[in-house]
Design a protein around this ligand. Sequence first.
Ligand code: MF3
Ligand code: CO
Ligand code: CO
Length: 255
Amino acid sequence: MGVTIKTAEEIEKMRIAGRLAADVLRMIEPHVQPGITTQALNDICHKYMVDEQKVVPAPLNYRGFPRSICTSVNHVVCHGIPAEKTLKNGDIINIDITVIKDGYHGDTSRMFMVGKATVQGQRISQIAYECMKIGIEMIKPGIRLGDIGHAIQSHAEKNNCSIVREYCGHGIGQVFHEDPQVLHYGKPDTGLVLEAGMTFTIEPMLNLGKRQVKLLPDDWTVVTKDHSLSAQWEHTNLVTEDGFEILTLHPDYGF
Ligand code: MF3
Ligand code: CO
Ligand code: CO
């Protein structure tokens, strides 16, 4: 299946799904405190999504994933499985929320500092955020995905952080992960030329150390090989006639 161009009706549904996903992150923020388990965060989000929002948590049973959200702590790069693991002061955690509403997906994630942030934790989170923002701000018809990947990679490497290559952003709509693949590295003037109506995520994963990753035996959890801290931020975005619209923006958050 190639890259799809969404109709006005589909875009309206994507806006609704995107806002709902953003609302889950906003809802969970005050719960991210030392002493809580990632399982408890999952359960709070699951209940909110199913009982209040009436959405389907897309991760649950997706290719066998056993929980409703992903929680990736410290050196976990992505796809961390919520479990009876207690968060402690100074941890960093990415919470990744994907909802399905009326058949359409909204996918967003962000970093939270647990208790008092460490300098290194704050730093990797900040650079990862900047990388996402730089990428999103380039979105407009005519620009190429390689231009975006290159800008993201350059910003990460300029700051002595590395970009994970094994996982990427993705087209999104009725399908969770559809074309195109959105690499967070690359060469200018290469790759797909963007057109209005495309919807895709930008979700760079940055490591403080080397870029290499390892998959744990649970077949989901991705960690940095050198155990350095990793951070990720993600938004679902629409290419508009003259730029972009972030579909997973929450009015309480800047970007
Ligand atoms: N939300 C993730 C993404 O950004 C995908 C999670 S798949 C899961 O694409 F199965 F781990 F939930
Ligand atoms: Co995604
Ligand atoms: Co996601």
